[in-house]
Design a protein around this ligand. Structure first.
Ligand code: SF4
Ligand code: SF4
Length: 223
């Protein structure tokens, strides 16, 4: 019988690092009441490129991983539909970003924390215990009944402040995330995005909060 366990096994075999399920109730997607969250760890060379500030290499590798996640998400959509349920792969091109708010229709991070796969770090990045913030995310929505996980609603960042110290423009607030806060409570997203765009125009970037995350470093040093 095709169910959430079979789907999880399939996804792990396809190379997805973590999979979680959550219930959703989103007006934009009224036909779907479950979200499937997919987390893919970044390989060592990808993190090394960030440490070396070799953004050309990093973006080429990262876009390759996003393309792989897109293909897997579309395959999941087809697989669920072939088992008589409805599904919608929430790939990047189907999850448009509101450029004023710099927010997507249904943030992957929201689905991933609700699925219990990790939390929002002090950096406002999604953080996992195993890979820190060195991950890429995707999601699939469905009406197939799934056994959901307990959500994570509070930061597990302890007293660490490494990402805050690493930010070159002081955009990260000391406040630790919980699901009752807004993004603005933990990060000055305007200051961050202006700096990142400015760096991007010079062929550079900024992911210092990602590469300096204590848990990213632990993962990097373990592989
Ligand atoms: S991306 Fe760079 S500027 Fe933005 S919060 Fe992270 S370290 Fe700061
Ligand atoms: S560097 Fe520390 S505070 Fe920042 S996200 Fe990582 S674990 Fe959390």
């Amino acid at each position: 019988m095709f169910d959430g366990n079979v789907l999880k096994e399939y996804l792990i075999k396809r190379g997805v690092s973590k999979v979680g399920y959550t219930e959703i109730n989103v007006s934009e997607f009224p036909d779907f009441n479950y979200g499937i969250s997919l987390v893919m760890k970044l390989p060592k060379d990808c993190i090394q490129a960030l440490i070396d500030e070799d953004y050309q290499y990093y973006w080429t590798r990262f876009h390759g991983i996003i393309a792989e996640l897109r293909e897997i998400s579309m395959d999941v959509e087809r697989l669920i539909k072939s088992n008589s349920y409805d599904a919608f792969a929430l790939t990047l091109d189907r999850n448009e970003i509101d450029m004023d708010k710099l927010l997507s229709r249904l943030p992957y991070k929201t689905l991933a924390t609700s699925s219990g796969l990790g939390w929002i770090g002090r950096s406002a990045l999604f953080v996992t215990e195993e890979y820190g913030s060195a991950v890429a995310l995707s999601s699939v929505l469905t009406d197939m009944p799934l056994e959901v996980s307990s959500p994570i609603t509070d930061s597990l960042c302890d007293e660490c402040e490494e990402c805050q110290k690493a930010c070159p423009v002081g955009a990260i607030n000391p406040t630790k995330w919980n699901s009752r806060l807004t993004r603005e409570d933990i990060i000055d997203i305007k200051t961050c995005s202006e700096y990142v765009i400015d760096q991007y125009k010079k062929g550079l970037g900024c992911s210092k909060c990602l590469s300096n995350c204590k848990l990213t470093q632990d993962y990097f040093n373990s592989i």
